[in-house]
Design a protein around this ligand. Structure first.
Ligand code: 5CA
Length: 157
């Protein structure tokens, strides 16, 4: 049975008119490496949904980073305009409605600004978490950016 957080992801895709292909995997997709294995795709095609907190504003920001990259915080801080710290997992769960390991790039309980690693755009399709540690969806990265209003930037090293 699909968890409700995955249903919320599907509902959000419908609302955004974003075409996705959802997969419920037998194996874990909790980490980018596991997701790449389960999806039989390149690590760079996995979308990591990393939630940071502005050190001054306290506001949450979602960074979508390719699975083979690390978020470059210095670069991200210049774009966002303030220092960023890792968001507390409890706060991530409360405000996005998703637990770490299944945070989807859409369907958050509270809207938050989204930034996308430009390297994801080299692929026709990428895979992102769909709300649970074993659900993922395939999507066009350019459509994902367009429909979520994500700002595409160099955010990773
Ligand atoms: N389902 C997979 C692939 S789509 C996934 O969600 N990957 S992820 O990278 O977006 O989520 C796992 C990430 O959560 C890790 O890369 C790590 O950066 C972050 N994370 C792990 N533990 C914590 C923690 N305690 N606090 C904040 N972030 C964490």
């Amino acid at each position: 049975m699909k968890p409700s957080s995955t249903d919320r992801t599907i509902d959000a895709a419908n609302t955004l008119d974003l075409s996705i292909e959802l997969r419920e995997m037998a194996a874990s997709t909790r980490t980018a490496e596991e997701a790449a294995q389960a999806c039989a795709c390149a690590l760079g095609q996995i979308v990591k949904s990393l939630v940071f907190q502005g050190a001054e504003s306290n506001a949450l920001h979602l960074l979508l980073i390719a699975g083979n990259n690390q978020a470059d915080l210095e670069m991200a801080e210049i774009k966002v305009g303030e220092k960023l710290i890792r968001a507390d997992p409890k706060r991530v769960r409360k405000e996005t409605g998703f637990a770490i390991g299944g945070v989807a790039p859409i369907g958050h309980l509270t809207a938050l600004p989204i930034w996308m690693d430009e390297t994801l755009l080299q692929y026709e399709s990428v895979w992102a978490a769909a709300g649970a540690p074993n659900t993922v969806f395939k999507v066009s990265p350019s459509l994902l950016a367009e429909k979520t209003g994500a700002k595409v930037a160099q955010l990773a090293v």
